[in-house]
Design a protein around this ligand. Structure first.
Ligand SMILES: Nc1ncnc2c1ncn2[C@@H]1O[C@H](COP(=O)(O)OP(=O)(O)O)[C@@H](O)[C@H]1O
Ligand SMILES: [Mg+2]
Length: 308
């Protein structure tokens, strides 16, 4: 294992933001989750007409085989095959549920297209982008299936509990892919275990779900005051909603919490609202685990001067 994360400043990221995010909290704090506006909107859209999506043909060619792949706050993921026969095998079709999120859907397509990288989900096909209407069945994208499931599933994250070398490998892979995104002006803003997908053999991963990404060259899509980010993985600067300057550091912060989630065998550090007493108390306690220390010491670049 090469311990030097020299490539394009990954080391700098991990040494800075990640260290802050994962080293200062107490393991196992079971503080209540609090839903942001975004989370609540997602929840209420979750249980819509899922059953009616079966037996449909998307884009005139993608035939639904089953609906077993998963769902998120904004979408349902269906297993499909290509009736045209251009692509062999099964694929994952993401059907977007909220027509009013059309701009975000466009951003997701733009981001994935822009980021050609082995560890970023690939785009096979998508619906028309200029089709703004009330029929959200028309908004879909097609990607390869991650048969290895997402990192949020116990069958996946339990593999990493205490397995430092594996955690390190996954963390470096995510960090490098994120850096490619950041250099291309894409901030993911939703880094969490459920958005890290694994191939069938589990040897490779994709960062997926660019549904709330920020394309830095574009005006913000976030309505004033809306908080956008993963509930428990959100960087504190995202707490204030749409008006703050968001930088790549927000993704690195979330990655830090994902790393903690892996090495701890699934402990989710609750969202830190820095202004709340109970959180500031935890943060000021500065506790960290031995494992986290070991992991970080492996991440910090010691070997080559070119790393700085
Ligand atoms: N390509 C895929 N292959 C297999 N499962 C997937 C794939 N994409 C997404 N999923 C599953 O569906 C869930 C929701 O997908 P996601 O793109 O994150 O939607 P949302 O934007 O609604 O969160 C993921 O957490 C994962 O479990
Ligand atoms: Mg998701």
């Amino acid at each position: 294992m090469n311990h030097c994360l020299c490539t394009a400043g990954v080391h700098k990221y991990l040494h800075g933001r990640t260290r802050n995010a994962i080293s200062t909290l107490t393991i196992g704090d079971n503080l209540p989750d609090m839903l942001s506006f975004y989370d609540r909107a997602s929840y209420y859209n979750l249980h819509d007409s899922r059953n009616t999506t079966m037996a449909k043909l998307y884009g005139g060619r993608w035939r639904v085989v089953s609906g077993d792949l998963g769902e998120g706050g904004q979408s349902v993921i269906l297993r499909v095959v290509d009736d045209y026969g251009e692509y062999n095998g099964e694929f994952a079709l993401k059907r977007i549920r909220n027509p009013w999120r059309h701009q975000r859907f466009q951003n997701e397509i733009t981001a994935i297209k822009r980021l050609e990288h082995p560890n970023i989900i690939k785009l096979i096909d998508h619906s028309a982008l200029d089709d703004v209407n009330s029929n959200n069945d028309k908004q879909f994208l097609v990607m390869p299936i991650a048969e290895g499931k997402d990192l949020g599933k116990p069958s996946r994250y339990k593999l990493y509990s205490g397995a430092l070398d594996s955690v390190l490998l996954v963390s470096i892979t995510i960090a490098k892919a994120l850096q490619v995104a950041h250099l291309a002006n894409v901030i993911h803003r939703d880094i969490k275990p459920e958005n890290i997908l694994f191939t069938g053999d589990g040897h490779d991963l994709w960062i997926a779900d660019f549904g709330i990404c920020l394309l830095r060259e574009q005006p913000r899509n976030t309505p004033d005051g809306e908080v956008v980010g993963p509930q428990n993985y959100m960087a504190p600067e995202l707490e204030a909603g749409g008006n703050l300057e968001v930088t790549p550091a927000a993704d690195i912060y979330s990655l830090g919490k994902v790393i903690y989630f892996m090495i701890s065998g699934g402990i989710v550090i609750p969202r830190e609202r820095l202004h709340e007493k109970r959180y500031s108390a935890i943060l000021s306690a500065g506790e960290k685990t031995r494992r986290t220390g070991i992991l970080l010491s492996q991440m910090i670049c010691l070997a080559e001067p070119s790393c700085s």
